[in-house]
Design a protein around this ligand. Structure first.
Ligand SMILES: *[C@@H]1O[C@H](CO)[C@@H](O)[C@H](O)[C@H]1NC(C)=O
Ligand SMILES: *[C@@H]1O[C@H](CO)[C@@H](O)[C@H](O)[C@H]1NC(C)=O
Ligand SMILES: *[C@@H]1O[C@H](CO)[C@@H](O)[C@H](O)[C@H]1NC(C)=O
Length: 387
C-alpha cells in the first residue's frame, strides 16, 4: 500500500476537540492530516457545519486568529456537517478514519460505549479522559479489563493523554531524572475558576462557607471516583515506582476570599471569608520509599497580582542529591496544552502494540517537524507511520 495521509475523526466537538482539529489542520507544518468526520451529540452543534460552530465560539475563534476562523479552515473541513454519535458506527465505516480523537467525558464508565464502538470498528483512539492515563486502577476495573481484552483482539490501541500528561506526568520524569535518593515528588497546578463553567466552580465549592465546604464538597468526594488519581499512578509507574496498596488518599482544603470577589461562572458574589475555590491533593506512597503527590489548586484569581492568566505548573522533588529540584511553568496555556499532545503523540501511538497506551510507556511527545506522519499497514494489518 502507498503511504497516505492520516485520516482523523473527531468525536465530541466542545472546545478541546475544536482546538485539536485546528491544530491538526492549520498549525504549519502539521497541515498533513485529513479530517474525515466530526460527531457531537450536543444539539447546539449536531447538524451544523464545522466552520459555523468554530466561528460561533469566541475562545476557539480567537485561537484561530484574526476573528476569521472560517476563512482559515480549508473549505472541505469548514463544510463538514457534524454527525450524530448515535450513528457513529456507520459514520466510521463510511469515512474510514485511522484515528478517532475522543474528547467527551472524564471517566471510563461514561465513555465505555464510545470506546466499544471505536474498537468494534477496528480504529485506534486518542482520548483526553483523565481515567485513561491509568485505566488499570479505575473506578470500574472489570469494564476496563474487558475493553483492553477486546482492543487487543481487534488490534486497536487506545492512548490516554491531555494536560495531565504534559503538565504533570512528563515534567515529573524530567525532574526525577535529575535526583538521587528521592523521598517525595509533587506536581502542582494553580488555575483560575473563571476560565471554566458553572460545574467546575460548584465542584470547587465557590461561595460556600467553610462548614458547608466540609459537608457539601469534602465528605461526598471521599467516596466518589477521583479524576486526579490516574495521574498519580501514571507518574509512579513512569518512575518505576510501585504504589503501596491502600495508601492512596485525598486531602481537600478550601481557599477563602479576603475581599469581595465576583464569580462569573455562578453569576454570584463571594463575600470575604467564604470559599473562592479549593486545593485537592491526591497522594500515594510507594514501596521504593517515594511519596507521589498531585495537587490541583483552583480558585477565582484577582487577589494576588502575580496570578493573571493561564495556569502555573510546578513540579518539586525532595531527596538527598540535590535536596530539592523545582521545575516551573508560568502562565501556561492549559487548554491548548490539553490538545497539542493529542496530535503530537500520533507517531508514538502508531509505534505501539494493541491495548491501553499510557504516558508512562512513552517518551515525551515529539515535535512534529515533518507534520503528522503518513500511514502504512504492517504485515499484520496494523497502521504504522510511513518512514
Ligand atoms: C465554546 O467554548 C466553550 C469554552 O469556552 C465551551 O464550553 C463550549 O462548549 C463551546 N461552544 C460550542 C458551541 O462549541
Ligand atoms: C489533571 O486533571 C485533573 C482533573 O481534570 C485536574 O484537576 C488537574 O488540574 C489536571 N492537571 C493538570 C496539570 O492539568
Ligand atoms: C541514599 O539513601 C541511603 C539510604 O537512606 C543512604 O545510605 C545513602 O547514603 C544515600 N545516598 C546519597 C547519595 O545520599
Amino acid at each position: 500500500m502507498e503511504p497516505r495521509k492520516c485520516r482523523l475523526l473527531f468525536w465530541g466537538f466542545g472546545l478541546m476537540n475544536q482546538l485539536a482539529l485546528g491544530i491538526s489542520v492549520l498549525a504549519k507544518p502539521m497541515a498533513s492530516a485529513d479530517i474525515v468526520a466530526v460527531i457531537d451529540r450536543n444539539s447546539a452543534r449536531k447538524g451544523k457545519r464545522v466552520g459555523y460552530v468554530i466561528a460561533g465560539n469566541e475562545t476557539a475563534a480567537s485561537w484561530f486568529g484574526g476573528g476569521q476562523p472560517k476563512g482559515a479552515l480549508p473549505e472541505s473541513v469548514a463544510d463538514l456537517v457534524i454527525g450524530d454519535p448515535a450513528d457513529a458506527a456507520n459514520v466510521i465505516r463510511q469515512t474510514k478514519p485511522d484515528i478517532i480523537m475522543l474528547a467527551t467525558r472524564a471517566f471510563i464508565k461514561e465513555i465505555e460505549g464510545q470506546l466499544s464502538v471505536c474498537i468494534d470498528c477496528g480504529v485506534d483512539v486518542i482520548c483526553i479522559a483523565e481515567e485513561l492515563l491509568f485505566p488499570w486502577e479505575c473506578d470500574v476495573p472489570e469494564t476496563a479489563a474487558k475493553l483492553e481484552e477486546k482492543a487487543k483482539a481487534k488490534g486497536v490501541r487506545i492512548l490516554g493523554t491531555g494536560f495531565n500528561d504534559t503538565g504533570w506526568c512528563i515534567p515529573a520524569q524530567t525532574v526525577a531524572g535529575m535526583m538521587i535518593n528521592m523521598s517525595r515528588i509533587e506536581a502542582s497546578i494553580t488555575w483560575d475558576c473563571r476560565d471554566y463553567g458553572r460545574a467546575v466552580s460548584e465542584y470547587q465549592g465557590v461561595t460556600l462557607t467553610p462548614d458547608e465546604f466540609q459537608t457539601q464538597i469534602v465528605e461526598p468526594s471521599l467516596t466518589a471516583p477521583s479524576v486526579d488519581s490516574p495521574a498519580v499512578y501514571s507518574i509512579a509507574r513512569g518512575l518505576s515506582l510501585t504504589p503501596a496498596e491502600g495508601t492512596l488518599r485525598h486531602e481537600f482544603s478550601p481557599v477563602l476570599a479576603k475581599t469581595r470577589l465576583y464569580s462569573s461562572a455562578l453569576g454570584a458574589w463571594v463575600e470575604p471569608g467564604r470559599v473562592k475555590g479549593c486545593t485537592v491533593r491526591c497522594i500515594v506512597d510507594t514501596h521504593e520509599g517515594v511519596t507521589v503527590v498531585c495537587e490541583s489548586v483552583g480558585f477565582i484569581f484577582g487577589e494576588d497580582p502575580s496570578l493573571t492568566e493561564g495556569e502555573d505548573v510546578t513540579v518539586t522533588a525532595w531527596g538527598d542529591v540535590p535536596e530539592k529540584m523545582v521545575l516551573k511553568g508560568k502562565d501556561v496555556k492549559g487548554r491548548v496544552l490539553t490538545c497539542t499532545p493529542m496530535v503530537n503523540r500520533i507517531p508514538q501511538l502508531l509505534a505501539q502494540e494493541p491495548g491501553w497506551v499510557t504516558p508512562d510507556m512513552l517518551a515525551p511527545p515529539p515535535y512534529l517537524a515533518k507534520g503528522v506522519p503518513k500511514i502504512v499497514l504492517d504485515g499484520t494489518g496494523i497502521r504504522r507511520a510511513a518512514k
